[in-house]
Every structure is written in C-alpha cells, then in structure tokens.
Write a new protein. Sequence first.
Length: 317
Amino acid sequence: MAGHHCPANLAMIMCVQDEEQFLAAHLAYHRHLGVERAYVYLDRCGPSTRNLLDRYPWVHTIVRDYHDRHLVLHQMACADDALQRARAEGFTWLMHLDADEFALAEEVASVSDAAGSLPAMLADVPADTLQVRLGSREVVPLRGMADQPFWKLTYFQGRGVIIRDLQDPLTGEIHRLQRWLGHDRGKSIVRTAADVQAADSHVWTVNQHCRLPRKQELPTAYRGHCHHFVVVSATHWLAKYRKLARVDPPRWPRGKPVEFPKQCWKEASLGMTDADAARYFETWIALSRSDLEPFVRRGVVVEETLVERILTSIMPA
C-alpha cells in the first residue's frame, strides 16, 4: 500500500573526466540541497581533479577509466555499481547526474528553502513509486559571458524550442535547428530497494542482468527539475566535444545515428583552434539578449535565477 512521509536519504552518482569548471559548484550546490554521499567515477582524471575531490569527505571517488565502446555504456555500468554502493551504505535514493546538471525540487522559491529540499521532496513520494523523473531545463548560452561564472546564465528553455539556423562547421551547410542543443529527457532518482538497473544515463529499468537491457517503465513520479548547463562558453564547448569525439562513436548503442549537431560538433572540434571555436560559438551558438526577446514573450525561454542565487550564496567570491 502506498505510504507518504517516509524517511529519505539521498546519494548521487556522477562520471567525470576533468570537469573542474563545474565540480566544486556542483558538489557544494547538491550538498546544500541535501545530498549526503557522492560517488564520483574518475575517467583518466588529472591530479588537480583528484585533489579537488579529496577536499570533500562525503565524496567517494572510484577510478574507472572508460573502456566501453560507448560512453553511455560506461555511464550505465558506473550507475549500476553506485546503486550497489548506495544500498550497502543504507541510502534510500540514488540520483544520477552529469557535472553540468543541477537538480532542484519543485516549489522551492528561496535560497533558504532549497536547503535539504531534495530529501524533503522524496520523503513525500508514495512507497510504491520506484523512480522520480526530473524535468529538463536547458541553459541558453549568451554572448559576452565568457568571463562570468557559468551560473550567471539564467535563461532556460523548458517548454518549447528556440528554432533557429545553425551552421555545420564541417561543411558550412546551414540547418534549421528545431531541437535543444542537448537532451530534453531529464534525469532520475531511483529507490535503492528496487530491483533495477540503469537503462541509460537518464532512467532506470527492471533488472535484466544484462549489459544493454530493454527499457521497461517503472512506477514513476514526475517532480522537480534538472537545470542543464549544456554549453556555457567557447572554451567549454570545444573541450566538451573534443572529449566526446575521442570516446564516442557516431551511433548510439542501439544503432541509431548520433543526431545533428552533436556528431558534427564532435568531428569539427578536433580540427579547431581556440580562435576558431570562439568565432563559431559567438556566431552560431550564443545568442544576444535581444535574440531572446521573442522567445521570452512566447514562454519558450524563461529567466530562472534560483540556481544562480544559491550558487552565489554558497560559493567563495
């Protein structure tokens, strides 16, 4: 029988490859929101990343270099391992995020309200619900923000899409982009007592004891949001897609081609200089505030400042 207000304690899993631009903010932010343990899987990370993570006694680092044919398979294997660790430590929920994703419970309006908000949200989930889905909010990169902390970007797509032209940097061809730059699938928090395994990096499925399971819908609640800082600057864009180009093939694990613009960005990044990337980013990816106005009027883009206010309040000046 469904119950409410059960105690909830929350762990988190994250796979990183030198994500130092986000790591300190990510850990401080989610600690503020009630995460008690982070399992951080290190893929060929340098000493500066390890030294940073060593400053957080509640973070467990696991060295697990990427060997799978697909990055998503690596992330799934890490998530399954983290689920076992979270169970062993007595955590009731496990949240799977990337370093550039920032979760937030619904109906949180202030910095003080955000403290401990994720376990409070989970405590009210019925006992027969095995998974909580966090809806996606994708950041809109703005021109002239390269010298600002990433969290100063406060415009997000949540409902609808900024439809615009985008150049393929490999061919020069112009495409009409009618999708987000990243994904709109959100992320999830799973009940550790459930007999599940990762279906991909977004959701969980019934445990099938195999490497690439079939996706089967779990009893799921839809609560909260995941703010995705998918690309925030030319430097971030270039580093991100160079890393992906070196580890990820042009097809997803089930055979579907990687979509535009992700695949062409991966390939183009390997031949770009920093100056090339800056020109491309400012011309085609970042928008001006005036560019945003029609999308704001239609509600496609909304200004959301709470993540920025939380990070400004807890991060060193």
